[in-house]
Design a protein around this ligand. Structure first.
Ligand code: FPP
Length: 247
């Protein structure tokens, strides 16, 4: 499928993706898990390019969860090396395409040989305004909410915010995604139908799309299929049909 069937006026502003199934993809081929991650990087490249072309404002990819630290040390090391490789290999293309990279999650926990590279990638792409690419690393949704609550409490203690002023919009300013629109569409690959602690606050009204395609097989056409399905959905935000028509 190509993108001609898509309504270009109804492209989600923010797409979030849980990239799942790299391990199973490799296992199906009797290859080490890390080979699945390596091929998964190709899918990342293709999806980033396609989203930029479609005019998506924000793309958030779940690259490493707070729970992934429990994986074998070797796999963690390999994933960190892939991350470094990805940044080094893609930084020029990201800049050329006006993509701003933003890392979300408990970045302090990442190895010391990775952190400076992330800082540098954020700094060198900071002026880009074409699309924001959030890469979630050591990320957990509950952790993010607790961190936001603590930071907001700190602001209250310092007298910068009054408790009577706290609204959803104020709270959201303390999340990693401050200033960004919430995801309109959440995609998860590999057949699992869970949100796995991803962007818990932000996906409150997101359309959920699950596909059995494993992440290393996920290509542009699969993204278009997800978008076509998204465009068929009726987003109600709690309103009646009549109210929606008037709006
Ligand atoms: C889930 O598959 C995937 C991950 C935990 C890592 C995602 C990483 C990449 C796609 C490559 C690196 C990406 C960037 C942006 C540098 P899984 O291992 O949980 O698969 P399984 O459920 O089949 O075991």
């Amino acid at each position: 499928m190509d993108d001609r069937k898509l309504n270009k006026e109804k492209i989600p502003r923010h797409i979030a993706i849980i990239m799942d199934g790299n391990g199973r993809w490799a296992k199906n081929r009797a290859l080490p898990r890390i080979v699945g991650h390596r091929y998964g990087m190709e899918s990342v490249r293709e999806v980033v390019t396609a989203c930029r072309e479609l005019g998506v404002e924000v793309l958030t990819l779940y690259a490493f969860s707070a729970e992934n630290w429990k994986r074998p040390r070797r796999e963690i090391r390999a994933l960190m090396n892939l991350l470094k490789k990805y940044i080094r290999a893609e930084i020029d293309a990201l800049n050329r395409n006006q993509i701003r990279v933003h890392f979300i999650g408990d970045i302090d926990k990442l190895p010391d040989d990775v952190k400076p590279l992330l800082d540098e990638a954020e700094r060198t792409t900071a002026g880009n305004s074409g699309m924001i690419l959030n890469l979630a690393l050591s990320y957990g949704g509950r952790q993010e909410i607790v961190r936001a609550a603590a930071r907001l409490a700190e602001a209250v203690v310092r007298g910068k915010v009054a408790t009577s002023e706290i609204t959803e919009a104020v709270f959201a300013q303390y999340l990693y995604t401050a200033g960004q629109p919430d995801p309109d569409l959440l995609i998860r690959t590999s057949g699992e139908q869970r949100v796995s602690n991803f962007l818990l606050w932000q996906i409150g009204y997101a359309e959920l799309y699950f596909t059995s395609v494993l992440w290393p097989d996920f290509r542009r056409k699969h993204l278009y299929q997800a978008l076509l399905e998204y465009q068929k959905r009726k987003r109600r935000f709690g309103l009646t049909d009549e109210q929606l028509r008037e709006a």
